[in-house]
Every structure is written in C-alpha cells, then in structure tokens.
Design a protein around this ligand. Sequence first.
Ligand code: TTP
Length: 404
Amino acid sequence: MQTVILAAGRGTRMRPLTDRRPKPMLPVADRPLVAHTADAAVAAGATDITLVVGYEAADVRDYFGDERGGVPVGFAVQSEQRGTADAVRAAAPHLDPDEPFVVLNGDALYDVPSLSTLYEGTPAVGSFRVADPSSYGVLDTDDEGFVTGVVEKPADPPSDLINAGAYVFPAEAHGWLDVDESDRGELELTDVLAATCEAYDVRGVAFDRWLDVGRPWELLEANEWKLGELEPRIDGDVSERAELDGPVVVEEGATVRSGVVIEGPVLVRSGATVGPNAYVRGHTLIGEHAKVGHAVEVKNSVLMEGATVGHLSYVGDSLLGRDVNFGAGTKVANLRHDGEPVRQMLKGELVSSGRRKYGVVLGDEVKTGINASLNAGVRIPTGGTVKPGESVLYDRIDERGTAD
Ligand code: TTP
C-alpha cells in the first residue's frame, strides 16, 4: 500500500540535538530514527514511500536517495509546519488518488508484526495501551469495537488506547484533507480520521510495541529497544586483551584496545575507538569516529559521531551530540539523592522524565574543561563550554528553570 511518512517536524523538544539536524535523523542504533520507520513500513507491506520533509530536508533526502529495501522513495516538501493533515496534503501529488494510503509518523518506532496487521485492511488506526492515557489523544470506540474518533487529553479517558499516529485511510480520504484549523491552530490528521469514522467502520489495531520519540530521554529508550535487537558481530579490530560480553557489534574500521570491558548490547560504529582500559556498559551507541579513552565508564548512552570522552570520565544515561569533547575527569550525574525521577526543562517547563537514572543532553561541539561535573537533567546548547572544575547544576538552554 502507498505510504506517507511524516518527517517535516522541527523537533523543538529535542533541542539542542535538533539544532542542526531534523529529529527523524537522530541516531537509533545503526541508522536514523526515520529509517527504522521506513524499514518497518517496507516489511509490513509498503509499495512506495513518500517522505514529507521540511526542517533540514536535505539530510533526509541525502540519506534515503530514491529507494529503500527495493521500494521506491519520493519526497514532498512541507515548507511550513502547519499540522499533520497539511503534511499529508503536501504529499498528495505523489499519491494515486484512487487507492487507499497509509500515514505514519516518522519519529516513532513500530514493531513489524503489529504494523503488518495495520496494513491488512482499510481503514484502520494504530493504537498503544498505556496505564494513564489522560495526557494523550485517546481512541473512542463503539459497542462493536470500531473506532469513532480521538479525544485529546481527556480528563475521563474513554479507553486506555492512545493514538499511535499510524493510519490506513480509504481512497475517498484524499478528498477530506482540507480540514479546518483546530483549537491549537493546526490542520490535524485526527480530523481526517473523524471524517473516515463517519463514513466507515474503522478498525483499531492495538500495537504490541511502539515508541513515540519526542523527548530526549525517549531517544535513549529508542536506542535501548533497537540496540537490544542487534545480532552480535565483530568486523573491527578487537584486542585479544579486551573482554566482550553479551550482544556487541564492532563495525569494520572500529578499534577496541586492550583492557576494555564491553557488556552488550553495545554498538561500536565504524572509525570509533574504545580504550585502552575503558568500561562500556549495556545499551550504549558509540557513533562513527567517536572516542572512549582510558579509565572511562560509559553506560546506557548515545555518543554521536566524533564525540570524544578521552580520560577518567563517567557518562551515564546521556546523549552527547556530534564532536562533543570531554576534558579529563568530567563526570555526569544520573541519579537524584531523593531517588525521584530526574526532571528536565522542555519548552519552558520542568518535566519528569519518568526515569530514576537520567544524565545530560549535550548539543554538538560542547566542550568541558577538566574535572567538570554535570548535574542530572542538564542540557547544554550547541557549541557551549564548561570551565575547568565547574559544576553545572542548572539547564543552560532555558534559564527560567532548574533541573535539580
Ligand atoms: P510532533 O512530534 O508533534 O512535532 P515535532 O516533530 O515538530 O516535534 P516538537 O513538538 O518537539 O517540535 O509531530 C508528530 C509527527 O508529525 C512528526 O513525525 C513530525 C510530523 N509533522 C509534520 O511532518 N508536519 C507538521 O506540520 C507537524 C505538526 C508534524
């Protein structure tokens, strides 16, 4: 079935990681986030893919080219982010108006069996069961179990199934894309779904596994998921005096020196070096040309391309942007003394990550001096610096709030 993947978003909640790249291109294990979406779509039955791009569109185009897994890929540009229905409208010239179409958010991970079930019939909407749906769009259903619509952030949720941003629309829906602006000023795909529910019995497909990647700690969760699926493989240069346990991938052109202990799942990408004498623990992605040096411990973290943690440092549950450079002895805190979930500033508000263990989010090219210490939940903007011996207690992107 023809498939539209929405990848035009600015990803403001992911700042500073999205200052220079679109959210769908953030690394999740061995490929960008939106590549997982596209690959799941191909495996589930996409016959062609139209990627709707906008912010930093060239990154997405360059990565994909014109096919993915044998399926043709085209691009539609949404120049202004006016909402998800507007994004699909931008894709319309690429679609066959006589055929149904699938729409997927390009910033979510889907499991293939569930997505295949979605592709099996028209119309349908994907959902995911959560304990507290009140802060999401929640699916409402009739007595026969068909979906009647989506209720946004209901005080009294009609079900525990939240909208997973995955739809199969009938061919007629091509004519229903001109929706009115919603209360929050956007052109919303849920209004196209509402029109579909009026005309059709819409199947709700509850996904077994699904992850919306909107906030920084969800990028850690996405990596936890996809690193956990890696098949162990050693193609790089690994010292006989290194110890590799669990699922570890060392790509061709990567080097693991003596005295290193790696506990998988860990992916060491091409051109990266680890050690000597480093300890890399589970669910860590060491990006291309990144460096983890002597007496460094890294756990559950993403080091993007070229990030360097050279000596005597601890990095836990953190996201380090491209070419970040840690001075010797820089330490990251990833746990509060009171054991409460670590909070982070997002769009002017202090938000709970829901994680007891959560470290820092550093933009590209952040540099720290020797013996810097970074408090749990702190973000540092692209190109920011931390002085030798300095202790960064509060968020440096949004100074209205604290992250203590
Ligand atoms: P959001 O996560 O709501 O928006 P965003 O990706 O820009 O992130 P943030 O809120 O942090 O700024 O978008 C959901 C999906 O829809 C995502 O895949 C991006 C896509 N999208 C578009 O392609 N065009 C649009 O106009 C909008 C609003 C979203």
